[in-house]
Design a binder for this molecule. Sequence first.
Ligand code: NAI
Length: 455
Amino acid sequence: MRYDLAIIGGGPGGYTAAEEAGKHGLSVVLFEADQLGGTCLNRGCIPTKALLHVSELYRSIKESESLGLRVSEAAYDFEAIHERKNQVVQILRKGIASAMKAAKVTVVNTRASVTGVNEDFITVNADETSYEASYLIVAAGSVPSIPPISGSKLPGVYTSNDLLEGSGLKLGSLIIIGGGVIGCECASIYRNLGAEVTILEMMDHILPPMDREIAQRLNMYFKKQGISVSTGAQVTEISGEPGAMKVAYKDKTGKECTCSGDGVLLAAGRKPALGGIFPDVLLPASERGALIADEAGKTSVNRIYVIGDARAGTPQLAHVAEAQGRNAVASILGNPLPVNLSVIPSCIYTSPEIASVGMTEDEAKAAGIPVKAKKSLTGANGKAVISQSESGYVKVITHAETDVILGAQLVCPRATDMISELTVAVSEGLTAKSIFRSIHPHPTFSEMIWEASAP
Ligand code: NAI
């Protein structure tokens, strides 16, 4: 069978590229060994946000007395919460299947491997059938990486897949190894539902790539919510059995410590899922096994593109995979790249939410840029006071001479929605004045952006 484009992987990168290519009249075959939607939909972004939504609602109801509500007993049904999450996933999965149908994409529900590459086409094998395509996009995603810690493969040690897929795992106490995005979001879910949660992070603050001020804030909220955080922790061993696990570690002073819990979550990063895709074809990869490509996603092998988590130097984010998918298809069609990949917003769905785009104040200073940083606080925002939000802020970083917005960091309700306005500003080189000149409706959280953009 001959197609214009073959895509391996049906996550946000793969299905976006397939839809885009199909809409432009290319014949497309998409290989997906598991369910359409990839990590994001089946065991990542969507299940976590569904669980965060419900768990936050539960916590808010329990804390609603100060708002004048009288709720005699708040309780939850763990299985029903996961059932609801599974329904959300199914609805969205159906949506992707319909979009594939509408774009006339052939979906092959099996594992594929690349068996041949020549001047004009690439051969992909799936279930003993050969497919030929003029172009190939590899969108194979990533899997949790297991750190080399003794006991990390014991029963009772889980990855985010185990917590998020199917009916989840009910745990009264959880030790999380890794205080990155997955660790912090899972800590929030389990703590909101009343579990004892301990985070062990090896770096000197949680969310290591984030602005230190943001990490300090989140640490403070976690402490208030009863989540224990140990930074600078060197985990040495995991032992025990499900329901009675132990983690031994050295704390930041070098003292030997142990903590115990019903289960252990490994949230120490993710690695490209490229195993078995290229049995005979050699593609240039980085030290961490991700494939090297240019801005359009082209690898050094003619007609082969890579997008998403399996591409070197790429933040492992669904919206980046989608954007790279659109750019790769544009490149195949010979069109200009439609998405600016140099400005990437990042969001963390803790409570309160965290979002960031462009440069932080420290990064701008380190780059020798004359910088102005202006903050507006939730304490002075009507909507934040009404919703009794935690103390937080919007910080806008501008070039002190040109007033061009260089970046922004938000720690406040709806931060993950509001970051888009600032992403447009950074991407398009807008000035703070241009935001301040535009009316922001009252009362809204977005007034904080307006205020932080004031001269
Ligand atoms: P991550 O790279 O964000 O964090 C891993 C953390 O584990 C780091 O803080 C690291 O210092 C720590 N760590 C590594 N080995 C350790 C050890 N042996 N002991 C203690 N700490 C250790 O990776 P994470 O959280 O697993 O997430 C994977 C990817 O998925 C990330 O790229 C993330 O951006 C993405 N993601 C994004 C979400 C979002 O956009 N809201 C949600 C969830 C995941």
